[in-house]
Design a protein around this ligand. Structure first.
Ligand code: F0G
Length: 351
């Protein structure tokens, strides 16, 4: 009955699992690759969205977290810890609950979306809110876990990268090949590193012939890879990628270089416009950070840096429901309350 449920079972032979690795799962992975008919026509592309927001805690982090938690259990550890802009903490908290571990999450005060905070709370994590940003939180978490018997489950944990590469496998399994371009938002840079590893391993295994070009997109106010230096005070409405000193910088730069890819930035305005465009033209609601992938593709297509009819996959890293405030606060929506009568409703909708 449990056959091929979750990424550990499904991609076992590509993952560092042993007979001793417990099969932890919340049925993560196997997310849809959605063809975007309307946007494909509009942009002159063959455009797909890998909707990672449909993972158990609503983001791609679950693929890496299930591996990190399974290995922590295998190694006999009882407490995990992470720094997070929100999604990692939600995922760590859920998988810790599932595996019976303690979980400590370090978050930047006031800069994480409400849905993500609610998740960490309900799954029972110990939440430590600091007066600082993600980069500072990660630095503290690294120091503490180096000295205490606590497992760090940020993407500097190699098992996180291993688990997350399975999304690249799924894309290839569905398309029967790699896309021409993989567009992905970049924050701490673990995920782009994972995808590139996944594509390369699939080519090694002769599952695909051609590798994709990797296009990474950062928010303009938090774009250390674009500028080539650390951003001390990163800012963006896309709080998930509000990161100034990505831990996996080397992996990201290697992916971009080896794949003949690109790294670029998109403004908050472009991000929010892309988020709305995706929702209103395809019926897919992603969080702002995720929309950076589409915003980037639109920018590159306009600049003619993406060929017409290219097959492009945009990774939608997180679910829009995690951050409803962004929509309610930034989009114009005025609802007028009227009398509860047939006539009042009809006259309003006919206006
Ligand atoms: N998109 C979303 C929705 C994210 O939550 C993150 C990272 C990224 C993109 C960027 O991925 O860091 O691998 O380059 N969120 C982390 C967190 C930092 O704490 O949840 P990356």
């Amino acid at each position: 009955q449990r056959d091929h449920v979750g990424i550990i079972d499904r991609y076992r032979k590509y993952l560092p699992v042993t007979e001793k690795t417990p099969v932890v799962t919340l049925h993560e992975g196997n997310t849809p690759l959605i063809y975007a008919g309307n946007l494909s026509k509009q942009l002159g592309l063959n455009l797909y969205f890998k909707y990672e927001g449909l993972n158990p805690t609503g983001s791609f982090k679950d693929r890496g977290m299930v591996m990190a938690v399974a290995k922590a259990v295998e190694e006999g550890n009882t407490t995990i810890m992470c720094a997070s802009t929100g999604n990692t903490s939600a995922s760590a908290a859920a998988y810790a609950a599932r595996a019976g571990l303690n979980c400590i999450v370090l978050i930047p005060s006031g800069k994480i979306a409400m849905g993500k905070l609610a998740q960490a709370i309900i799954y029972g994590a110990k939440i430590v809110s600091i007066d600082g940003n993600f980069d500072q939180a990660l630095s503290i978490a690294r120091e503490i876990t180096a000295k205490e018997p606590i497992t760090l489950v940020n993407s500097v944990n190699p098992y996180r990268i291993e688990g997350q590469k399975t999304s690249a496998f799924e894309i290839c399994d569905t398309l029967g090949k790699a896309p021409h371009i993989l567009a992905i938002p970049v924050g701490n840079a673990g995920n782009i590193t994972s995808y590139w590893k996944g594509f390369k391993e699939y080519r090694e295994a002769e599952k695909i012939e051609q590798l994709p070009r990797m296009f990474g997109f950062q928010a303009a106010g938090s774009a250390p890879l674009v500028h080539g230096n650390v951003v001390e005070n990163p800012e963006t409405v896309a709080t998930a990628i509000r990161i100034g000193n990505p831990a996996s910088k080397e992996g990201a730069l290697r992916a971009i270089k080896e794949s003949n890819g690109q790294v670029d930035s998109v403004t908050d305005e472009e991000i929010l416009r892309a988020q709305q465009l995706l929702a209103s033209s395809e019926g897919i609601f992603c969080e702002p950070a995720s929309a950076a992938s589409l915003a980037g593709v639109i920018k590159k297509r306009k600049a003619e840096q993406i060929e017409e009819e290219a097959t492009v996959v945009c990774v939608l890293t997180g679910n829009g429901l995690k951050d409803p405030d962004i929509v309610l606060n930034s989009l114009e929506f005025t609802s007028q309350t009227i009398p509860a009568t047939y006539d009042a409703v009809l006259s309003l909708i006919k206006k």
